[in-house]
Write a protein that binds this ligand. Structure first.
Ligand SMILES: NC(=O)C1=CN([C@@H]2O[C@H](COP(=O)(O)OP(=O)(O)OC[C@H]3O[C@@H](n4cnc5c(N)ncnc54)[C@H](O)[C@@H]3O)[C@@H](O)[C@H]2O)C=CC1
Length: 395
């Protein structure tokens, strides 16, 4: 199985006393250790410097930045921490560079960001900051920004910075979950199991991640399952305001929770809540590939009535003999199993000839990872979107 494209949270923290660390990495990590206890102040100061010195860049960020204000800085710091592992980081940075095209980011903006980064670090890591450390950060940031700039330039040759997509149907399945289907203005290539970033006209420059709820379709339409979460600007707009005719913007596809077609292993899929969306896409993907493998889906919800897509999943089961779908309900009377997803999965199996695909709330992913490792599925055969991406999806 190909390694998952790393995200900031998928990359483990670099060990502080790594004997193989390069001289630059040692200095960079020393700065990071010093700013860790004051990361909020560093973040505020970084953006203040950026916007005061370059007011023209303010327009690239959302008006209210609370929800996502430290994503850029966090991504840069994570990348810097791991610059000694370029093989792991290049994929992450290339995706970051491509993804920044939708914000209107230009190659010429990177020096301004670098300047603000060094300004914030030198102020808050003042006891360890010296010329050598500054040199290490300049080299590190130059490498990071060049990978992002190159990836964006390459991507520009064959893909738009974003897609306009018109809502063609809006199906309110429960009081707070809608299935929204859109028609992009140009072909949108993606692979089942991936996700996109989505912006609504009501909250300009506020982007949220949603998985494609179907494998690529001949008519080119894309569907998303959206749950309105408390104080979630984008999700509430999509569930309660969006109507056919509204036009959204989509960023490029991302994510590596895709079916590995080079193996015959079965697929064990755990979908919790709206996390069932990419699982449905994976099932359709297996159906479209001639060689059928056993696919076992455990579909979790808090209550029976929250299983908003169970009809679709059972319909797929009725036409595909290789597919088993089991609803698992945490509380109350149930048409299926009762309890949490990891417990339900433990009661079935054996699973050592299966690859696992996990999609749902971060707590579910964490507990399922433990259960599946315990059931004999090695970590490299368990795929899930990074927990950071999931957190970025909320709202
Ligand atoms: N909409 C989409 O395209 C996608 C959404 N997601 C994520 O899926 C989540 C869906 O949220 P909701 O529908 O509100 O789900 P939910 O909170 O109603 O929970 C769904 C299932 O997960 C279980 N669960 C929750 N916390 C758990 C824990 N700590 N341990 C074990 N099981 C746990 C619940 O019992 C239930 O079976 C969100 O976090 C979203 O970001 C993930 C991928 C795609």
């Amino acid at each position: 199985m190909a390694p998952a494209a790393p995200s900031a949270s998928a990359v483990p923290s670099a060990p502080a006393d790594d004997p193989n660390a390069s001289p630059d990495a040692i200095l960079v990590r020393r700065t990071l250790a010093e700013i860790a206890p004051v990361s909020d102040q560093v973040t505020s100061y970084f953006y203040s410097l950026l916007f005061v010195r370059h007011p023209d860049l303010r327009g690239l960020f959302p008006v209210a930045m609370d929800a996502q204000r430290d994503r850029l800085l966090k991504a840069l710091l994570t990348a810097a921490e791991h610059m000694d592992s370029p093989a792991v980081l290049t994929g992450y940075l290339r995706q970051l560079g491509r993804g920044h095209r939708k914000y209107g980011t230009q190659a010429t903006h990177y020096p301004a960001v670098g300047e603000a980064l060094l300004g914030a670090l030198s102020r808050y890591a003042s006891s360890s900051w010296d010329d050598e450390t500054e040199g290490a950060w300049v080299r590190t940031y130059t490498t990071i920004s060049q990978i992002m700039i190159d990836a964006a330039a390459e991507n520009e040759l064959h893909a738009p910075a974003w897609w306009q997509a018109e809502v063609v149907s809006h199906d309110l399945r429960t009081s707070d979950i809608a299935v929204v289907t859109v028609r992009p203005d140009q072909p949108y290539p993606f692979v089942a199991g991936q996700y996109t970033s989505l912006e609504t006209p009501w909250w300009p420059r506020v982007w949220r991640h949603y998985s494609f709820a179907s494998a690529p379709r001949p008519d080119g339409l894309l569907s998303f399952h959206v749950k309105a979460v408390p104080a979630g600007w984008v999700s509430n707009a999509l569930v309660h305001h969006a109507r056919p005719g509204d036009v959204l913007r989509l960023g490029p596809p991302a994510g590596s929770m895709t079916v590995d077609h080079s193996t015959d292993n079965g697929l064990l899929c755990l979908g919790g809540g709206t996390g069932i969306a990419p699982i449905k896409a994976l099932v359709e993907d297996v159906a479209e590939h001639g060689h059928r493998r056993p696919v076992q889906v455990f579909y979790g919800a808090r209550h029976d009535e929250d299983l908003y897509d169970i009809e679709t999943m059972l319909q797929l089961q009725s036409v595909h003999p290789w597919l088993a779908v089991r609803p698992v309900v945490a509380e109350g009377p149930s048409q299926g199993l009762t309890g949490q997803l990891p417990e339900a999965v433990r009661e079935y199996g054996p699973w050592h000839e299966y690859d696992a695909y996990l999609s749902g709330p971060p707590g579910m992913i964490r507990s399922s990872l433990d259960a599946l490792k315990g059931a004999g599925i090695p970590l490299e055969r368990i795929r899930h979107d990074s927990l950071e991406e999931l957190v970025g999806a909320i709202g």
